[in-house]
Ligand binder design. Sequence first.
Ligand code: G
Ligand code: G
Ligand code: MN
Ligand code: NA
Length: 253
Amino acid sequence: LQIEQGLRRALAAQELRLHWQPLVSMRDGRLRAAEALLRWTHAEHGPIAPERFIPVAEESGLIDAIGDWVLQQACGQAARWLQAGCHFERVAVNVSPRQLQHEGFAQRVDAALRQARLAPEKLELELTESCLQNGDSVLRALHGLRALGVQLALDDFGTGFSSLSMLKMLPINRLKIDRSFVRDLARDPNDLAIARAIAALAGTMDLAVTAEGVESAEQRELLLAMGVQEAQGWLYSPAVSAQELATWFNKPA
Ligand code: G
Ligand code: G
Ligand code: MN
Ligand code: NA
């Protein structure tokens, strides 16, 4: 299977779709946000995992076109949900380091928001720590995005090597505790300490925090006890189609 060739075709052939994973308030079980996760179903080979095709998209540069498509789709879907009266705080979209390095990235985000008529506050961009190399130009890009009014989250937090002094300079709104720290929360005192430290850091720096990969009620209780209120994970829901996500919007507590 030629991933790169296949991907070039995939956009035009409508083989790409977005799925949505709920981000839930652990107190009342209500949906607060949804993260867009890209899915590719190849006409002959069936579903291909993002872990296989995202790196190829990044290396080949296809991620720029695919990233624009994801932004347009996500903003369009969010606007349609709002028009239909669905309540949510925001939709989250993953951004690759390469996208952020492009001079015009903030303008592309702005264009997607305008085309969809979506309020910028409804969009959160998820960056990884690997997005943050290239200090100055990335910092300018992040300030440009904040000036638009979009929200910024640091994804997989704790797995990269952003220093705390760097964190202080970044105009971000949210930390997402990487799921590798959540997995063994109940058994590994180190993971418990790390998760607590991230939650405390977020509190002091006035950042919101989300735990990733929450799979059990035990993890939920530990996270709530350290002041983390929002979670994403299989305890609540995997990523589902836009249609299936609709059942979450009016879910009673
Ligand atoms: O979707 P999981 O369901 O398997 O996603 C695997 C990885 O692919 C995650 O690290 C996620 O951040 C990344 N990913 C999923 N969708 C997108 C996307 O639209 N853009 C980028 N850059 N990464 C994505
Ligand atoms: O890296 P990022 O956080 O953007 O991507 C989210 C990834 O996490 C997706 O691959 C998604 O399928 C996966 N994921 C979401 N919830 C859970 C969970 O509860 N457990 C595990 N192991 N993976 C999860
Ligand atoms: Mn993410
Ligand atoms: Na993650």
